[in-house]
Design a protein around this ligand. Structure first.
Ligand code: PEP
Length: 252
């Protein structure tokens, strides 16, 4: 039985004051869901320390939105996996489509980041997803399996143990146009099948989150699909009520 996980991706939003307000608003409600659903939030690097302090004593986990794919060293402006782990971070998003699409992050770079995260004891949340034009061209399967295989080829199937996968159709992210539960389930099942084919005993245990305009109104139906194990939530994670409702849907 996979325990559902909801991760809020705050992206490049927030300020110390606004984050504290949001955390104060969500903390008590999320406390009530302890044991039923796992929840984490991913603030910017700059806001990690304050968020960790604000969540001390709660069961809400902390994730970073990115990391550098090599160990500590001469790389101006970057943050290593070991720095994140040392600061108290548990999860890290790897290969988000905004980084793949707008910053040219390749499958190989995502694989390096995934490896670095695991080595430091972080849980990588590996994002895969197709663009609108790739979907229209019938390339969804090819794209998401290529993105997944790039990590398995590099790291081996055993490396997926304890990792989290997130299927986020790029066309659904921030667009208000979510995948239907059927569209989403089809790709989630495909990904799980691939993990099985690649020899993974872990296929049944790995959590595959769904992302892309998940909100309070659609989370329940999405999370009811057999291969959807929670959500990676952007915009709606910045609104206390929405986020609490989404987390509650995962815990029901
Ligand atoms: C995301 O940030 O990964 C995301 C899915 O964003 P949104 O929920 O805003 O579509």
């Amino acid at each position: 039985m996979r325990r559902k996980l909801v991760v809020g991706n705050w992206k490049m939003h927030g300020s110390l004051g606004r984050n504290r307000e949001l955390l104060e608003a969500i903390k008590p409600a999320l406390q009530g869901l302890e044991g039923r659903v796992e929840v984490a939030v991913c603030p910017s690097y700059l806001h990690l320390a304050d968020t960790i302090a604000a969540l001390a004593g709660s069961h809400v986990g902390i994730g970073a939105q990115d990391l550098f794919g090599l160990g500590e060293g001469a790389m101006t402006g970057e943050v290593s996996a070991s720095m994140l782990a040392d600061a108290g971070v548990g999860f890290v998003i790897v290969g988000h489509s905004e980084r793949r699409g707008r910053l040219g992050e390749t499958d190989a770079r995502a694989a390096d980041k995934f490896a670095a995260a695991r080595e430091a004891g972080l849980v990588p949340i590996l994002c895969v997803g197709e663009t609108r034009s790739e979907r229209n061209a019938g390339e969804t399967e090819t794209v998401v399996l290529r993105q997944l295989d790039a990590v398995i080829d590099n790291q081996g199937i055993a490396a997926m143990d304890k990792a989290v996968l997130a299927y986020e159709p790029v066309w659904a992210i921030g667009s208000g146009d979510p995948a239907t539960p059927q569209q989403a389930q089809a790709v989630h099942a495909l990904l799980r099948e691939r993990l099985k084919q690649r020899g993974g005993d872990i296929a049944d245990g790995i959590r595959i989150l769904h992302g892309g305009s998940v909100n309070a109104a659609n989370a329940g139906e999405l999370f009811a699909q057999p291969d959807i194990d929670g959500g990676l939530v952007g915009g709606a994670s910045l609104k206390a009520r929405e986020f609490i409702t989404i987390c509650a849907s995962a815990g029901s």
